[in-house]
Design a protein around this ligand. Structure first.
Ligand code: TXA
Ligand code: MG
Length: 378
């Protein structure tokens, strides 16, 4: 965690001007220790109480979850929910996930909980799994982008759970990035994107997974994964039997069932291309040749490579993303490495193709989206 961040409103320099209102918000940044359950009167308790009050009164609080940081608002307050779309620059037809901390509240927000949903809840909640239900009347259409369904998840991160408990309302939370940027996996990313746009940021260290939750729809005869995440198809199948993918995930000319999937997320500023090859040597030689040509024309070249290849290149900005045999590590580092490429102002990015094994499905889904499906074999 960044030790420079104190429990103060030190992000008030006015660096960001909210163009719609002409005024930046006075964002409070609070360090929260997620190790110890807060007791009355401690600094953590005071900070969480303040954050909970902000949410209940219709403000915005960014907070860590086990997947990525989220930007939260009272999910029952339509005006508050709409602020999220403004802060992120998010299209209003892209529905939000409702986060709860207490299972006994779920029936208020959904029409029914079928057997498969119940089995998934028993097995995977709290955790990185979002389940689609038919919504109850209590959920505003601003949350669901006009849909009759609502996405719900119970996060596992203690700070996320505490915030929901202190707010005493369910919290809608998309990833805490500006629309189109990689999701934030460290509080520094949140500050970069949202300072002056939210009332408070809870700093709680780095996230555990680094990729957003798996989204599953269990309202169809064969449940479907709408967005792949750390909880994979076979993990789900072990609990509820056959599970399919939304056809969009295998053929991007189809219409995705999760409206957010159609947007080009996670895009770095540089032109990103994914390169696959049956031979590492061929891959390295190809990229070296390409890099030379780009450099000769004055372009900066960035590379996202598994650790065992990161020392093979000269004069490039190289990010080692992790051990090729450790999909969890690669998932956790992906968004930070895409942001790093932006910081380094590279013009061209070549990224290793992590292949088709199941543990890499979520990583490749995000990468292909970041690359606008631009992938070649050499
Ligand atoms: O891990 C996560 O899920 C993070 C953390 C903060 O909890 N949140 C997150 O939210 O990734 P967001 O808004 O960036 O992504 C929500 C995804 C979008 O693709 C959206 O279209 C889909 O869930 N979604 C939400 N409600 C839906 C619904 N009723 N039907 C289908 N898809 C839905
Ligand atoms: Mg997002």
């Amino acid at each position: 965690m960044d030790s420079k961040i104190e429990t103060t409103s030190n992000i008030r320099a006015g660096a960001f001007i909210n163009q719609a209102k002409g005024q930046p918000l006075d964002t409070i940044v609070a360090n929260i220790d997620g190790q110890q359950r807060p007791t009355g009167g401690t600094p953590t308790d005071r900070m969480l109480r303040q954050a909970g009050t902000i949410i209940r009164r219709g403000g915005l609080v960014a907070f860590p979850t086990e997947t990525v940081y989220g930007i939260g608002a009272n999910g029952l307050d339509e005006t508050a929910v709409k602020k999220i779309f403004v802060a992120k620059g998010r299209p209003s037809d892209n529905p939000l996930i409702l986060h709860i901390a207490d299972l006994s509240h779920l029936p208020q927000y959904v029409k029914q909980i079928n057997d498969k949903a119940r089995q998934l809840i028993d097995y995977f909640w709290p955790g990185p799994l979002t389940i689609i239900f038919d919504k109850s009347e209590r959920i505003p259409y601003a949350v669901t982008g006009g849909l009759e369904t609502v996405a719900v998840r119970m996060p596992q991160h203690p700070i996320a759970q505490w915030l929901i408990e202190y707010a005493a309302v369910p919290i809608v939370a998309p990833s805490a990035n500006l629309s189109g940027k990689p999701s934030p996996t460290e509080v520094g990313h949140v500050i970069e994107d949202l300072q002056g746009k939210v009332d408070m940021i809870l700093a709680g260290g780095n996230v555990e997974y680094g990729i957003e939750s798996t989204v599953i729809d269990v309202t169809t005869a064969i449940p479907q994964i709408l967005r792949p995440g750390s909880i994979t198809r076979s993990m789900l199948e072990q609990v509820i039997g056959e599970v399919g993918y939304d056809p969009y995930l295998e053929d991007t000319s189809q219409k995705p069932k999760a409206p957010g999937m159609k947007y080009r997320h996670y895009a770095p500023k540089g032109h990103l291309q994914i390169i696959s090859s049956p031979s590492s040597e061929r891959l390295v030689e190809y990229i070296k040749r390409q890099a030379k040509q780009h450099q000769a024309q004055g372009r900066r070249v960035g590379l996202i490579m598994p650790n065992h290849l990161q020392d093979r290149f000269e004069d490039c900005v190289v990010a080692g993303i992790g051990d090729i045999n450790n999909p969890k590590q690669i998932a956790k580092n992906l968004f930070a490495k895409l942001r790093y490429m932006d910081q380094q102002q590279v013009d061209i990015i070549f990224c290793y193709d992590f292949g088709e094994e199941e543990a890499m499905v979520a990583v490749m889904n995000r990468l292909l989206k970041a690359a606008a499906q631009n992938k070649i074999s050499v």
